[in-house]
Design a protein around this ligand. Structure first.
Ligand SMILES: Cc1cc2nc3c(=O)[nH]c(=O)nc-3n(C[C@H](O)[C@H](O)[C@H](O)COP(=O)(O)OP(=O)(O)OC[C@H]3O[C@@H](n4cnc5c(N)ncnc54)[C@H](O)[C@@H]3O)c2cc1C
Length: 309
């Protein structure tokens, strides 16, 4: 495909890269979407084929288009679900692939299924280097490289029994193998990816023991219905200091319930992070993040019940 002007290069074809590409295509701006993982249009979260993996929020609030908030709800209703359901993540993957398909059909987007290895400024914008040696000249560059694979573990060196990347093909292959051998499994970490692994093992019929190890023993909390949303004005939030903010949030949680207090922060998260000085960002990552994660990134009620069982 030949464009009249240099395109925008978007590296990473998960949700973020796909939606940047789709938004540009709707505006008639040419772009090249570069993703070497074989899951362009879905990314890490939505390329799962496991039916046990469900969205951690209801379909009603998962529209990809801010100007059409019922877009995803209509797609799931066509498949017999409702907007209140926590539908399978692979359904959201199909939905995103559809959006990518429309962008490609517009003639304003080209998909390059390669890994980008380098990007450097040029006279006209940027030159992006690919792992097959090709180079792409672009007038703008978007990095949408998302969740990077975890670092290699400092033990287990090369043993097939130790899997470093829970989102890779080895982890996928290990699930049915463990289910048929019935062996015990140790999971390092107790976040959303641990929940995915437990659900997959369970669905595959694994009967062995699963032990999940974590420094603080925190696991994601479940969603519940029946609390009133409590929006909060930006001027009432103490921006800029983690300790003050934390105390304020705990007080508010005690008054209106922690779920309503945490959800009320959603529209302000971006500004909250951006206005923290670097030392405060580090403090948040060291002390507050695990607590924030389990309260903010909650799981479907039925998934929380399965994890307790
Ligand atoms: C297991 C899991 C479950 C989740 N569930 C939900 C949910 O239910 N609801 C929700 O709102 N959010 C959920 N999330 C959060 C989710 O990750 C984000 O909503 C969103 O999908 C992130 O998209 P992204 O495009 O930023 O990143 P990613 O999905 O990580 O996509 C980045 C892409 O860039 C590619 N890439 C990286 N580097 C390069 C390179 N150098 N060259 C070419 N390509 C490259 C990667 O291979 C990948 O395909 C979940 C996350 C995970 C991990």
């Amino acid at each position: 495909m030949k464009f009249d002007r240099l395109p925008v290069a978007i590296v990473g074809g998960g949700f973020s890269g796909t939606m940047v590409a789709a938004q540009l295509a709707r505006k008639g701006i040419d772009a090249v979407l570069i993703d070497g993982s074989g899951r362009a249009g879905q990314g890490v979260a939505y390329s799962t084929s496991d039916a046990a993996h469900v969205l951690n929020i209801q379909a009603d609030v998962m529209s990809a288009w801010p100007e059409d908030l019922e877009h995803f709800r209509r797609a799931v209703e066509d498949e017999g679900a409702t907007g209140r359901d926590f539908v399978q993540r692979r359904q959201f993957g199909t939905y995103l692939r559809g959006i990518l398909g429309e962008a490609l059909e517009s003639g304003h987007l080209r998909l390059v299924e390669k890994q980008a290895t380098e990007a450097e400024p040029s006279e006209d914008g940027w030159t992006v280097q690919l792992d097959n040696g090709d180079r792409i000249a672009a007038r703008g560059l978007v990095l949408a490289i998302g969740n990077q694979p975890p670092e290699k573990l400092p033990f287990g060196g090369g043993s097939a029994r130790v899997i470093d990347n829970p989102w890779g093909p080895e982890a996928r292959a290990a699930i049915p193998a463990l289910a048929s051998s019935g062996g015990d499994v140790m999971l390092l970490g107790t976040g959303l990816t641990m929940v995915d692994a437990v659900l997959s093992l369970d669905a595959a019929g694994h009967g062995g023991r699963i032990v999940a190890l974590s420094r603080r023993g925190l696991i994601p909390r479940g969603h519940t219905e029946g609390f009133a949303p409590a929006p909060v004005d930006a001027e009432d939030i103490p921006f800029g200091n983690v300790r003050t903010l934390w105390r304020w949030l705990r007080r508010r949680g005690a008054e209106i319930g922690w779920r309503a207090a945490v959800d009320g922060m959603r529209p302000h998260s971006h500004r909250l992070w951006q206005t923290l000085p670097p030392e405060e960002k580090r403090r948040f990552a060291r002390h507050a993040r695990p607590w924030w994660d389990v309260h903010r990134h909650r799981i479907a009620p039925e998934v929380a019940a399965a994890c307790r069982a």
